[in-house]
Design a protein around this ligand. Structure first.
Ligand code: ADP
Length: 395
């Protein structure tokens, strides 16, 4: 069954896509691209497997393409680029699978309705993730679609580590730590054995440091604890998200500042984290290059909070054999890796500065008790693989 698998990652204002060839020898990247600003001034860009630009289009200012039209453009573009390649299936990144979906699932109207029930758990992501699925179910009911969840990898987290110390009925109802970035963690887990058998079988903390940021404690490559919680705003400070704060702060903002849920949502999702603390930027590169005191403050807090979380996750694991950096910051910033590793010396991490500057993959000294790695993540490939397995009826 050779052909193409399309992977869609739909956000509130953009649709990213990747196309893979499915061949006897496995999956191979073919195209990737995105449409940005789909509600205001859509811009389309695509590149081939060699990284050469193979498609661009800009719509006039004020064009509201929406998810349906944007998806149609992508599907038509893929067909025009690869006219002889049958489209086998479309895989989608979906942020929330709730307690019900611990594995990827083939989409139909019934599954869509069950996933819509999780919209209140992830109102800023889930509706956008589901929009292209709904559009394709209507336009191409024959085309297999598979949803892959950011929460699924964390369904192995023990009950106690999922629990908030709230009245227990809320836990039963689903107010619990779900965890996110699961497709990234699953990809890293699938790679661990190739470079470090001890990391694959032992106690490993993976740091996914991108615009969104979280950390996952893995035992034998299975998630046992993570920093994100009921929503993706918990845990580490991120580009614009606050990470964990005292819930009393929310009450204070309501009582003393008269802020309602929407205003607080905007503050903790869009105006906090690196941006809010620095007052300069949400972008780590900009902060590291800036001489502003706010930039230093934000980077210091970021590194400090990673260190605190690492200690906590090492405690959950009962020790630490390896740390793995991934995500835009984790993969590219030697400075952040160095600072995190220096703070983690008490956990047996010993940085090899030259290896770190080179970008690894191993960035710890040969005799370090706890090894440190940098490994590029690939959530799209993970989705493509899941889509294929689901299509072929394999687990
Ligand atoms: P997303 O979560 O949106 O996928 P990425 O994983 O691409 O985001 O991460 C984006 C972050 O990575 C930004 O803060 C960016 O500044 C940072 N980043 C990328 N390259 C570097 C670099 N060389 N040094 C420091 N930070 C970097």
């Amino acid at each position: 069954m050779s052909g193409a698998i399309v992977v869609i990652n739909a956000g509130s204002s953009s649709l990213k896509f990747c196309v893979y060839f499915h061949r006897a020898q496995g999956l191979a990247p073919a195209l990737r691209g995105q449409i940005e600003s789909i509600h205001t001034q859509p811009r389309f860009k695509a590149r081939d497997a060699a990284g050469a630009e193979c498609g661009t289009k800009t719509w006039p200012q004020g064009t509201a393409l929406g998810h349906d039209e944007a998806l149609r453009h992508i599907v038509e573009f893929v067909h025009a680029q690869l006219p002889d390649e049958p489209l086998l299936a479309v895989g989608h990144r979906v942020v929330h699978g709730g307690m019900e979906f611990a594995a990827p699932v083939r989409m139909d109207a019934d599954v869509l309705a069950r996933l819509e029930a999780f919209i209140p758990l992830a109102p800023l992501h889930q509706p956008h993730n589901l929009a292209p699925i709904r559009a394709l179910l209507a336009a191409r009911p024959d085309l297999p679609q598979v949803a892959c969840f950011d929460t699924a990898f964390h369904r192995t987290i023990p009950e106690i580590a999922q629990m908030f110390a709230l009245p227990h009925a809320l836990h039963v109802e689903g107010v619990r730590r779900f965890g996110f970035h699961g497709l990234s963690y699953e990809y890293i887990a699938s790679q661990l054995a190739h470079f470090d058998p001890i990391a694959a079988t032992g106690r490993t903390v993976v740091l996914h440091l991108g615009n969104g940021a979280s950390m996952c404690a893995m035992h034998a490559s299975r998630s046992v604890a993570t920093t994100m919680g009921f929503t993706a705003v918990d845990g580490l400070p991120m580009g614009t998200r606050s990470g964990s704060i005292d819930p009393g702060v929310i009450l204070y903002l309501m009582d003393e500042r008269g802020m309602d849920a929407r205003a607080i949502e905007t503050m903790i999702y869009n105006a906090s984290g690196l941006l809010g603390v620095s007052g300069v930027s949400s972008d780590m590169r900009t902060l590291l290059a800036s001489a502003e005191p706010g930039a230093k403050r934000a980077v210091d807090l970021y590194v400090y909070r990673i260190g605190r979380a690492l200690g906590s996750l090492a405690a959950a694991l009962g020790g630490l054999d390896a740390v793995v950096f991934t995500g835009g910051i984790g993969e590219n910033s030697a400075v952040i890796r160095e600072r995190v590793c220096r703070d983690a010396e008490w956990l047996g991490v010993e940085l090899d500065p030259e290896a770190n500057e080179r970008g690894g993959p191993c960035i710890s000294t040969a005799d370090a008790r706890t090894r440190a790695w940098t490994v590029p993540t690939d959530e799209e490939w993970m989705i493509a693989r899941h889509t294929l397995s689901t299509l072929e009826g394999r687990p």
